[in-house]
Ligand binder design. Structure first.
Ligand SMILES: [Zn+2]
Length: 179
């Protein structure tokens, strides 16, 4: 059973695993380790195969075109992905939540129009219900809640109605800690 979002410390694991970890040959950043399940879901079979048996990581740098890279120097370009990778795009539509298909512009538009985010609430409820499948849907293999909360927070700041609501709740608090 995948309880991706409450079973792992979201984006903290990338920071924690630094040290001897391989860095991206494109940008030098140390990416987040990804599972076979992520590679098999996000990439065509022939692109995934070469990375399945080595240490490989997801590069989340927006300006870097390398999506995954291996410790042995192999890499996969973002255009090889079967989905649009929001972390690598600067223009809408930018996917944020891959399990339910929400994009940055949808989240912003709702908050600017209503002041609230039913999308954020819906995703939090789905996480609590164990319905998310980030490991297979999100190219990073990680939980989208941190990014979703950041987009919502940015939109609320635009509204001038920053309330900190994006970081309330058990799941949100975990993602937002330390920011
Ligand atoms: Zn990179």
């Amino acid at each position: 059973m995948e309880r991706c979002c409450d079973a792992e410390p979201c984006e903290d694991d990338a920071r924690a695993s630094r040290g001897n970890a391989a860095s991206c040959p494109g940008c030098g950043a140390v990416g987040r380790p990804v599972a076979n399940a992520t590679l098999e879901a996000i990439l065509p079979r022939e692109a995934a195969l070469g990375l399945l048996v080595i240490e490989r990581r997801f590069c989340g740098s927006r300006d870097c075109d390398i999506l995954y890279y291996g410790a042995d120097g192999r890499s996969v370009h973002k255009r090889q992905a079967l989905v649009r990778v929001g972390a690598k795009e600067a223009e809408d539509p930018i996917p944020v939540c891959y399990c339910f298909g929400f994009t940055r512009d949808q989240i912003r538009a709702e908050i600017l129009a209503t002041g609230g985010s039913s999308i954020l609430q819906r995703v939090k409820e789905a996480i609590r219900a164990g319905e998310c499948r980030c490991e297979r849907a999100n190219p990073s293999g990680g939980c989208c809640l941190g990014e979703l909360s950041a987009v919502a927070k940015g939109a609320r700041a635009l509204l001038g109605a920053e309330t900190g609501g994006a970081c309330s709740g058990d799941a949100g608090r975990k993602s937002c800690r330390g920011r």
